[in-house]
Structures are given as structure tokens and as C-alpha cells.
Design a protein around this ligand. Structure first.
Ligand SMILES: Cc1cc2nc3c(=O)[nH]c(=O)nc-3n(C[C@H](O)[C@H](O)[C@H](O)COP(=O)(O)O)c2cc1C
Length: 164
């Protein structure tokens, strides 16, 4: 039997980036969540994935959505990450958004944006796994420091990087 707290802790050893994923409900409501479960799947066809907790307010909306957008955050966007990680109906209040493919609200000034159509939905225990097909992308300068998440805390790149 795997202990949930121990599992969470061990998974936390895996450092990730941080994203905000947005969509719009069929009734027109903008929704968004902070997500570190984003990852690459395939280059050809261009596919990405992420997973969303079944208890999230936005779960039924993302499950039904034809499109969503993944915004990769820079290190200077911790406040934005916190805003979208809290249950609130005012996540978009005061934020300038543009309309993306499928009417999805797009946030400005992110490190990269992947506009996707929903390609697959899979049951993943207490999460829903969503696979998106990248239809359009946008990226800022490669030198911009990324926001990282490690062991339940935000982190920044430190020290030397080296080629693979
Ligand atoms: C850094 C970070 C990463 C997160 N990653 C995920 C994730 O991958 N999937 C998920 O369902 N929730 C994740 N969360 C939690 C959601 O952002 C949080 O539950 C949010 O309130 C969900 O929004 P909603 O209830 O409005 O749908 C993360 C939170 C933080 C701070």
C-alpha cells in the first residue's frame, strides 16, 4: 500500500515548470487553473498532455471543452500562478486577455503559449488526463528565467546550465 503523503513527497522530487491552462465554458465563462502536470507527448502529430483533479471546479468545463490554452510561466509570474491556484470566480478580474482559437481566453506576457484542441480524454484515477493537439504556438525569449516548482515550493534556476 502506497502512502499518499509519501507518494506526494516523492513526486515532489521531480522538478517541473508551472503553467496556467485556460478555456471557456459553453455558457461563455472564462476558467483557468495553475498546473504543473503539463508535459510533451509527441512532435508529429504535435501533442501535449496535462491532468486535472476531478474535484476541481473547472473539471466539468475542461472535460467538455473543444479547445484549451497552456501558458508557460516565467519566474516573475508567481502572483499569477497563485491567483489561478485558488478557488475563485474572479481569477480573470483586471487581467487583459485576448481571444484565442475556440474562444479560449489567452493571457499576455507568458514564456510560451500552446493553443490546443482537445484530442483525447483519459480517466486517470482522481484526475482527468487531457491530451491536446497544438494548433498554434507563441514563445518569448529563450533567456527568460522560467518559474519552477519543486517539493511543493516555487524555485528558480540556479547555477550553471550545460548542454545535454
Ligand atoms: C504549482 C502548482 C501546480 C498545480 N498543478 C496542478 C495540476 O497539474 N493539476 C491540478 O488539477 N491541479 C493543480 N494545482 C492545483 C490547482 O491549481 C487548484 O486546485 C485550482 O484551485 C483549481 O482551480 P479550480 O478549482 O477553479 O478549477 C496546482 C497548484 C499549484 C500551486
Amino acid at each position: 500500500m502506497i502512502d499518499a503523503a509519501e507518494l506526494r513527497s516523492a513526486l515532489g522530487r521531480f522538478a517541473t515548470g508551472v503553467t496556467i491552462i485556460t478555456t471557456r465554458s459553453t455558457s461563455g465563462e472564462a476558467v483557468g487553473v495553475t498546473a504543473s502536470s503539463f508535459n510533451a507527448v509527441s512532435l508529429d502529430p504535435p501533442l501535449i498532455l496535462w491532468s486535472l483533479g476531478r474535484n476541481a471546479f473547472s473539471h466539468p468545463i475542461f472535460e467538455a471543452a473543444s479547445h484549451f490554452a497552456v501558458h508557460v510561466l516565467g519566474d516573475d509570474q508567481r502572483d499569477l500562478s497563485n491567483r489561478f491556484a485558488r478557488a475563485s470566480s474572479a481569477k480573470f478580474e483586471g487581467l487583459a486577455t485576448r481571444e484565442g482559437l475556440g474562444g479560449v481566453p489567452l493571457l499576455g506576457n507568458c514564456a510560451a503559449v500552446f493553443e490546443c484542441s482537445t484530442e483525447h480524454r483519459y480517466a486517470g484515477g482522481d484526475h482527468l488526463i487531457l491530451v491536446g493537439r497544438v494548433l498554434r504556438l507563441d514563445q518569448g525569449p529563450a533567456e527568460r528565467p522560467p518559474l519552477l516548482f519543486h517539493q511543493g515550493r516555487y524555485a528558480a534556476l540556479a547555477g550553471e546550465t550545460s548542454t545535454v
